[in-house]
Design a protein around this ligand. Structure first.
Ligand SMILES: Nc1nc2c(c(=O)[nH]1)N[C@@H](CN(C=O)c1ccc(C(=O)N[C@@H](CCC(=O)O)C(=O)O)cc1)CN2
Ligand SMILES: [Mg+2]
Length: 291
């Protein structure tokens, strides 16, 4: 079977162009320029790379941005106080706290401290719940990016069987709600307690995998003609890679791709969409707060 490669890099570049135009219009009309603040705790190498990409993307679309760095020894109390300060800073339209956080800090308490109308990652309970409302507020960036890829490639979801592997708060769980609500798909969620994973994945018209286990999905687990969306991104280290590491998805791409109708590569599939969605959410947060 010949398959179509879903090019997240290109779609995210298109979205960034669309955002740049909207920023230029706002500027010409004397309206507020979106301002994203990024909180980074500690010096995790991968987080640093993602945050650098977010800053670069803000610059490329004309957003204002502020980087806020803290040592990994910061107390939870101090971090929560800082979040409160950003919540009340009227110049900041949206902000994120880069994950993971050091183990002594509760991700749940930090996330819930973020004002929901400035929560451009869409991680708060309020925004999570708003997925099933008629008018969702700010949607979690990664699943929002997946839905946008499906939409831009005209992939029909209504009435289809979508199997989501992984039930994380930032990807699998909200994605299954979006596929049900906006996509009108019949959704099965699999997770680490699922027995005989292949018996579910083989029945998927659309298979979406967000686990973080390279090579988890092999060719025998995929139905002929399925759409496969790989959301996992794991940094695998090894001397064979020029940089000393490489990004790998959850799907054995080489073996699986020939069986599919559409498939995302890793890197270059869902990953770039995460940042494009963050920019879209920041623009939306600005439009809501400063119409
Ligand atoms: N506050 C947040 N923390 C984290 C999020 C998030 O959305 N908000 N997601 C991940 C990390 N992440 C963004 O922060 C992220 C991960 C991967 C990519 C990406 O573009 N991946 C590329 C490969 C990049 C590379 O070569 O290193 C790809 O898949 O093509 C973007 C963002 C956890 N933390
Ligand atoms: Mg504001």
């Amino acid at each position: 079977m010949t398959y179509t490669l879903i090019d997240g890099k290109k779609v995210s570049a298109d979205i960034k162009n669309e955002i740049s135009q909207k920023v230029a219009e706002r500027k010409a009309q004397g309206r507020k320029i979106p301002h994203l603040a990024i909180i980074l705790v500690g010096d995790d190498g991968a987080s640093q790379t993602y945050v650098d990409n977010k800053v670069k993307s803000c610059k490329s679309v004309g957003f204002h941005y502020t980087m806020m760095r803290f040592a990994d020894t910061i107390s939870e109390e101090k971090l929560l106080k800082h979040i409160d300060h950003v919540n009340n800073d009227d110049d900041v339209d949206g902000f994120i706290v880069q994950l993971p956080l050091p183990p002594h800090i509760s991700v749940d308490r930090v996330t819930e401290k973020i004002r929901s109308d400035k929560d451009v990652d869409g991680f708060t309970n309020h925004n999570f719940g708003s997925i099933i409302s008629k008018n969702p507020l700010l949607m979690p960036a990664t699943p929002f990016g997946v839905m946008e890829l499906l939409r831009r490639y005209n992939i029909e979801t209504e009435g289809k069987h979508a199997v989501v592997v992984g039930a994380s708060r930032i990807a699998g769980a909200p994605l299954s709600m979006m596929l049900t609500e906006q996509g009108r798909a019949t959704v099965t969620i699999c997770h680490k307690f699922t027995k005989d994973l292949g018996s579910y994945t083989r029945s998927a018209d659309i298979l979406l995998v967000a686990v973080g286990k390279p090579g988890l999905i092999t060719a025998d687990m995929v139905k002929e003609g399925a759409v496969v969306i790989d959301i996992g991104t794991t940094r695998v280290e090894g001397p064979q890679y020029p940089k000393g590491w490489a990004i790998q998805g959850d799907v054995d791409f080489k073996a699986v791709a020939p069986k599919t109708s559409y498939i995302t590569p890793t890197p270059g599939g869902v990953g770039p969409m995460t940042i494009a969605s963050l920019l879209l959410n920041t623009l939306r947060a600005t439009e809501l707060q400063h119409p």
